[in-house]
Ligand binder design. Structure first.
Ligand code: IMP
Length: 198
């Protein structure tokens, strides 16, 4: 039987990227939703690593498979690393990203380019059926732009301009983004570490 990896996320955009990045794995990739797993998860960790572990452990307690969880977000240096672990909740979960992105651009009004540094962070936690756990963290460095650009990606991609590119991460193709993204790098590292377990 094909091995299975369950992702502890209900975020469709993340799940789409995860499937693209894990496409070369000889394992079945499913989400907790598809598995019919509904557990109450209180993401009250102070770091991406803590939150990723909280999610992975919660789902692992209801599953007999490798469980992975991604906790990610945007850190803007000028705003003391806001929105950080609160990226999804920033200005309220139901507020559109158009509004959130415009708000962040506004908060950086007049801030010169060298001080607009930011990064996307992704921590991926793994819990194996035997109880073994690990967490890996990767980043994508860049700057907050002066306007929104691009229609690919999701969330804060339209205002994030990755180092080495002259466009936002929402203007990159999915393949280009996955190649350099926090999530792409973290998941590839997890694949390598899972190695023989796959
Ligand atoms: P989480 O589901 O609690 O990990 O929240 C992650 C949030 O961080 C997302 O809802 C987005 O707001 C933001 N985020 C994480 N990764 C990305 C990305 O690749 N592009 C744009 N926004 C992202």
């Amino acid at each position: 039987m094909m091995k299975k990896i369950i992702f502890a996320t209900g975020n469709r955009d993340k799940m789409r990227e995860i499937r693209e990045i894990m496409a070369d794995c000889e394992v079945e990739i499913t989400s907790m939703k598809e598995e019919g797993i509904s557990v109450d998860i209180v993401e009250d960790g102070k770091t991406f690593e803590e939150n990723a572990l909280i999610k992975a452990r919660a789902v692992a307690s209801a599953a007999d498979a490798i469980v992975l969880a991604d906790d990610s977000g945007l850190e803007i240096d000028y705003l003391n690393k806001e929105p950080g672990v609160y990226s999804a909740r920033y200005m309220g979960e139901d507020t559109s990203y158009d509004i959130k992105n415009n708000n962040l651009i506004k908060r950086l009004e007049g801030v010169p380019e060298p001080q607009r540094t930011a990064r996307f962070v992704c921590a991926v936690a793994a819990v194996l059926p035997g109880g073994e756990e690990f967490v890996l963290r990767e980043t994508m460095e860049g700057k907050i732009g002066y306007e929104q650009e691009g229609a690919n990606g999701f969330g804060y991609d339209p205002i994030f301009y990755p180092d080495g590119f002259s466009c936002s991460s929402a203007a990159l193709s999915p393949e280009q983004k996955n190649e350099i993204s926090h999530r792409g790098k973290a998941l590839r590292a997890v694949k390598e570490k899972l190695g023989k377990n796959l």
